[in-house]
Design a protein around this ligand. Structure first.
Ligand code: ATP
Length: 210
């Protein structure tokens, strides 16, 4: 898939929840599932579900719906969840440690092969069986790790300078859990997952609702 053909982010974001429902249908023994059933479950319009699923290349059959097994394979393939990906963690603190232990990532092929930290008390230890190395050793260690993704869980104040180091070391995909909008060259992909902005949203909505 070329960069300018990437489907809209909301469609991609909905696919995991479709997958969850379709897997449930499979474990209930169903061979087909209709777009309407998925839509009702998620309170979406059926047309939206059909459009989203079409990006995986699977078209439903009139009256029967989608073949469950094929649909699961197609979504997993589209998401890249059917192939393993090595990741490194930068910042072996509380959030980073939690992410390395999260089973759902492992189920989707995300494999943490190393963590890097600048705290000498952390280097040389392990978090969830992942070795923690000194950040100063990033470049030489990276050569043998075959890692395509860097997961960033350092304090926000450190995020940009660490990112500059990651880019220089050849990292092309960064999953950014800090609240900094990182500046990177065009060929580097950044996905920002700012948990504090999610919490801010919750607080404001909660404040208006009660
Ligand atoms: P802890 O208090 O155990 O360090 P924490 O989650 O509260 O955990 P943070 O201050 O959020 O820690 O930092 C996250 C991690 O990032 C820590 O392990 C810290 O040592 C590491 N870290 C901070 N600055 C850098 C840096 N410049 N390079 C690499 N790692 C860093």
């Amino acid at each position: 898939m070329t960069k300018n053909k990437i489907p809209a982010a909301p469609s991609i974001r909905r696919l995991p929840s479709y997958l969850h429902i379709i897997r449930q249908a499979q474990s209930d023994g169903l061979e087909y599932i209709s777009g309407t059933v998925i839509a009702n479950e998620l309170v979406l319009e059926p047309i939206q579900v059909r459009k989203d699923l079409a990006i995986t290349g699977i078209i439903g059959k009139p009256k029967r719906g989608y073949p469950v097994g094929e649909l699961i394979t197609a979504i997993e393939h589209f998401l890249g969840w059917d192939s393993a990906k090595n990741a490194i963690l930068i910042g072996a603190g509380n959030l980073g440690t939690a992410l390395t232990g999260y089973q759902e990532f492992k189920n989707h092929g995300l494999n943490f092969v190393a963590a890097f930290d600048n705290n000498p008390q952390k280097t040389g230890t392990q978090i969830h069986d992942v070795p923690v190395y000194s950040f100063a050793d990033l470049k030489p260690k990276l050569k043998n790790l075959n890692a395509s993704i860097a997961v960033l869980t350092v304090p926000s104040t450190e995020a940009q300078s660490i990112t500059d180091n990651l880019v220089e070391a050849g990292i092309k995909a960064i999953w950014n859990f800090t609240n900094v909008k990182l500046k990177v060259p065009e060929d580097v992909v950044v996905q920002r997952e700012d948990l504090t902005s999610g919490y801010a949203m919750l607080c404001v909505v909660m404040g208006k609702a009660y």
